[in-house]
Design a protein around this ligand. Structure first.
Ligand code: ADP
Ligand code: ZN
Length: 237
């Protein structure tokens, strides 16, 4: 215990006071990449439970900001409703504030960030080291069908699917009892726009992280549990 503190202190001094470098050797900082509806949120939850590190969903954070009527939420809403990305500076500020919180010091799972190369570069500028990037690959044809069955909790953001992951009581969140609804941007026309944005702006991150030797691709399976198995294996790889 004492030895740990001394070690952390020394490492901390060597890292220009950047908090995220202090405990680098104890970290697992993970990014989940994949098209909308590929199942990133579901796998993030599982990793969170098995590894004890927080899952950070920028989509959930933005939806919460919209629901709370904050300034960031008000400016993000129109982008989100039409399936576009919110401006980099808005989301980078939100993400930065989140990962500086105490619960992130032993690592975190990012779901929905970075979504553009400049966002990935912003992580580097912050001094955040990424250990592993897991891409959950699902072909476009399957995405639309999946998203049409997706339901989310208005209150806590938990995600369900009418066929693959139904709530115990229809329309009611298992976790918090909140109302479970269809997300506005899960309507078919908007889903196609989101896929286009994904291929144009987010997919280049695959090359970006592959070049750094950090990318592992997992094929999204029909059964959530099968994807989970592959995802957990990819983490150990
Ligand atoms: P998806 O299911 O499409 O992965 P998310 O729940 O992650 O959706 O995000 C919903 C919306 O929130 C996005 O379509 C986008 O408008 C916005 N958003 C979330 N994360 C980011 C980000 N990193 N950069 C820009 N916009 C984002
Ligand atoms: Zn809920």
């Amino acid at each position: 215990m004492i030895a740990d503190v001394v070690l952390m202190h020394n490492v901390g001094r060597a890292s220009n006071g950047c908090f995220h470098n202090i405990e680098r050797r104890y970290h697992m900082n993970i990014i989940l990449l994949g098209a909308p509806g590929a199942g990133k949120g579901t796998q993030a939850e599982v990793i969170c439970k098995t590894k004890g590190i927080p899952a950070i969903s920028t989509g959930n954070m933005l939806r919460e900001a919209v629901a709370n009527g904050t300034e960031a939420g008000l400016s993000a809403k129109s982008y989100m409703d039409r399936g576009d990305l919110v401006p980099n500076e808005t989301i980078i500020a939100i993400l930065k504030e989140r990962i500086l919180q105490d619960d992130c010091k032993n690592g975190f799972i990012l779901d929905g960030f970075p979504r553009t190369v400049p966002q990935a570069e912003a992580l580097e500028t912050m001094g955040v080291n990424i250990d592993k990037v897991i891409e959950i690959y699902v072909p476009d044809e399957k995405i639309v069908a999946r998203l049409s069955g997706r339901r989310v909790c208005e209150k806590c953001g938990n995600s369900y699917h009418v066929d693959y992951k139904p709530t115990k009581v229809e329309g009611v969140c298992d976790a918090c009892g909140g109302k479970v609804v269809i997300r506005k941007d899960d309507e078919p026309a908007t889903v196609l726009d989101r896929l286009k944005v994904y291929h144009e702006k987010t997919a280049p991150l695959k090359d970006y992280y592959a070049a750094k030797g950090k990318l592992v691709t997992v094929e999204g399976q029909e059964e959530v549990a099968d994807t989970t198995k592959l995802t957990l294996e990819a983490l150990e790889a």
